[in-house]
Design a protein around this ligand. Sequence first.
Ligand SMILES: [Zn+2]
Ligand SMILES: [Zn+2]
Length: 675
Amino acid sequence: VECGYISIKEAEQAKQETIELSGLPQKTYKHPYFIDYVEVEARKILTELDIFDDPLLALNRSGLRIYTTLNPEIQQIVEDVLNNEKYYPKTIVDDKGKLQPQAAAVLAEPETGHIKALVGGRDYGTHNQDLRFLSSRQPGSSTKPVLTYAPAMEEKILFPGSVLDDAPADFGNYFPENYGLTFKGLVSVRESIVHSYNVPAVKAYSMVTPKVGMDYARKLGITTFDIKDEGILSLTLGGFTYGVRPIDMAQVFAVFSNKGVKIPLTTILKIENHLGQEIYSYNPKPEIVLSETTAYLITDVLKDVAQRGTAGRLSGVGRPIAAKTGTTSDNKDGWLVSYTPDYVLSTWIGYDLLTMGSIMNAPRYPINMSIDIMKKVHEGLSKRDFTSPGGISRVTICSKSGLRPSEHCPEEHITSDLFPRGYEPRETCNVHVSLKVCAESGLLSTEFCPEVEEKSFIQRLTPYTPTDHRWKGGTVGRVPADAALEAPAETCDIHTERSLGPAGLTLSSSPDGKQVTLSWYHPDTSNIAGYIVYRKTADGDGDGNGDENGNGDEYKRLNQQLITVNIFIDKNVKPETSYDYKVTAVNINGVESLPVLGSITTNKLEPVPPDPPSENGDDNGDENGEGENGNDNNNGNQSGRGNRNPPKNTPLTGLIGLPMFTIWTLKKYKIQNKK
Ligand SMILES: [Zn+2]
Ligand SMILES: [Zn+2]
């Protein structure tokens, strides 16, 4: 173990040689922030040892030798970063001559509890010797895993794949908002931590209960609770009476790194008296605060924070690293606590006085500091990853329920996550449902909806109410982002009834049996957009006139575009064949009427003498019906899919030789949203 060593007496002599400036002694020893804290800790140890009448006097006068955990190289790395202006927003000098904003950093070895570096600010000098790693500051979201999620996992209440509803919620006169004032909807614990959503954290904290959450946080290393913090749900979002100390945050996250085992952080390894006799040595009693499983699960999630979440830039460290950011809603404090299996680093930035200003996007500065510190202190170390304790399974789950996917869960909501063995979800998803909805209105389909699709929706087990005036941020009426996926409650309001259908279908075969002319009567054409003609071969003989599958007994739609006149010529028939026809009317909402039915057997083909040569360009009769469709009625002579000619509302021509009908055209309606 690398150990720094200092004789306090030597330091004291150095002090005495200096003159006092601004009321504080000039300190000439190296790494004063660290050494100053060694004094603090030594005083505490000597007091507890109870072998000196006056521990403070003993520390200063009795020639004690104190062996420390200081790693001068690491200390220098951290000091260099915190002293570098580039890691701060615009620097100002306050009226005490201190640079602002200030920062603090604690770097320790989780497995041993040894503090390797301590920096209490920047620009250490006669005017600035504050040990800010001992100052209580508001932690923002950085304590969510401490107060809420790690306890919830340890108590088997929630796991990373468990789902919470990030939706407007009323916690008895407390209406938490997210950063950004939006609600994400049903989200996993993992995503809630990765993106630091507030509402799920409050829900989880209420599930854990504030008492249990605070008990865990105390055991993990938070020392600054006030009685007023008890029972307050907003505590999980960082609303502490006093705040937390950077050194305590290093302690807490060291437990996560050290597989749930707490080794009290120290700067002092050993104290000898002036005779060289050991009067104190650091022999920590490891305390199991969390199971290895919980430590691994919370670490696995905090690795995502450092990979793709609020501290995603930490992936630049280039080795497995876990982290949690924190910032206060008024941007007064920025935090990043990060850790690897080798080191834990707690960093904070803020103004000494809250009135001095705020720092927009405050965590970005501790993130920048931490990236560079963590990179440098790990140089030469092998890339260790956190090791699974075993007994943890990866389970495929639905991200909206946290349960096993059902056939109703869409692909994009199927994911997987880690569960302790024995706590894997057994039930299938109870959030996704499949419902038949109208393709046009998106509402539950009626019997009249022309196009019905079966779609997957979410159905919340616990409904929410949209935000109202009681939510302090943003507009009223806000709903979670996945509200659009919710199952409709109403039935289609477009396709509510059928129009009266056509009647009096008349069918006639051409003399050669090669075409059938249909005409019909329609008593009420108001709101009618057009007609659809269907045909099937009555005998089902599979002659190709049936549907695409060759089922002659199935009706096949002959016109893809609606016919807007009450006549239709089917030129795709064979002589001496029986056909069934049906004609429906479609109203302007796309609802099809009940059909009118009719049957016909086409004429027998008689030998016809060849046409005499014609030179007058007669465009009537057969010539008009072959090949290209020259008619305006979109008859079945041509594939409807390929027919891009819209129907024209003009009277029919070219019907010489056929019985004359009353022909009228419909007003042309636009049918909305039809494919
Ligand atoms: Zn599902
Ligand atoms: Zn509908």
